[in-house]
Design a binder for this molecule. Structure first.
Ligand SMILES: [Zn+2]
Length: 307
């Protein structure tokens, strides 16, 4: 079974500046590693631009103005972590557009699974605010797009980035059509994601302490997050695939190995097979060690291919 990979060179033009962890090389090492590991089995596709109406399903007009109309001649800091450069608007539109196109493709079962190799990441962006390296919340835009046709009633987001996806949670915490399930290190940026954050019964958080390893990570998914996803029975599964819980990552202290990501990906594909015809759309979120990113992206996409 082929897996579609949505990406675009415009995503490299989001220029965060010297020394910034969320740098263009992150994306080039992911796409280079995938081409080398799977030379014939991936279906490479060009990410289109997201439309304004698609972004406005989850974002306030003021955020579109900030990201799309500032048109900086040099880098502008939106907060201490989050940069807007001359190429950022186009990159953010490609990232969200990749997610939308991938949803449309898998809902047509052509193919059943897709990975969006994009940047900037998205899961910290709220309805109104770009933050934590994120401009638009691409996974939230994808979920809202999937529900917009009225055909699907239940879409889930599985988020295994080491940081809590506060933006995704905030956008959907009052929308019972979306289940948000997240493992993350706590305490850590952005500070949300405790077990008592339930939304309308559609938010499930599994915080992990610093130095938690793959066994604790798998336990959290096996006992808490996967059962909640199974009970919800999503017709489409979206994945916020951050690889910054790897032991090499410089921004956090979890101790995962690439094989932990392969394990969880196989579990998620099996779950999608039980409820959603195997349909999975995964998006690159964080991951800041280049060697770990290579290994983890290959493990993740390999499991999407072979599961
Ligand atoms: Zn992260």
């Amino acid at each position: 079974m082929a897996v579609a990979i949505y990406t675009h060179p415009d995503c490299l033009a989001h220029d965060t500046g010297p020394g910034h962890a969320e740098r263009p090389q992150r994306l080039s090492v992911v796409t280079d590693a995938l081409r080398a590991a799977f030379p014939t089995r991936l279906d490479w596709r060009e990410a289109p631009l997201a439309s304004h109406p698609a972004l406005l399903r989850v974002h306030a007009p003021t955020l579109l103005e900030t990201v799309l109309e500032t048109q900086p001649s040099q880098r502008v800091m939106l907060d201490p972590d989050t940069v807007l450069s001359p190429g950022s608007a186009q990159a953010a539109l490609r990232a969200a557009g990749a997610a939308i196109a991938a949803v449309d493709a898998v809902l047509d079962d052509a193919p059943a699974r897709a990975f969006c190799a994009v940047r900037p990441p998205g899961h910290h962006a709220t309805a109104e605010t770009a933050m934590g390296f994120c401009l638009f919340n691409s996974v939230a835009v994808a979920a809202a797009h999937a529900l917009s046709a009225g055909v699907l009633q239940r879409v889930a987001i599985a988020d295994f980035d080491v940081h809590h996806g506060n933006g995704s949670q905030a956008i959907f915490e009052r929308d019972p059509r979306v289940l948000f399930a997240s493992s993350h290190q706590m305490p850590l940026y952005p500070g949300t994601g405790d077990t008592d954050e339930h939304g309308v019964g559609n938010i499930v958080n599994a915080p992990l302490p610093a130095l938690a390893d793959g066994r604790q990570f798998r336990d959290a998914w096996r006992t808490r997050l996967l059962p909640a996803l199974d009970a919800f029975a999503p017709q489409l599964l979206l994945v916020s695939a951050g690889f910054d819980a790897h032991r090499r990552d410089p921004l956090a202290q979890l101790q995962l190995e690439a094989d932990d990501y392969a394990w969880l990906t196989r579990e998620l594909v099996a779950l999608a097979g039980r409820h959603g015809r195997g349909r999975v759309v995964s998006l690159l979120e964080g991951g800041y060690d280049l060697q770990a990113l290579r290994e983890c992206a290959v493990a993740h996409v390999g499991a999407l291919l072979d599961a």
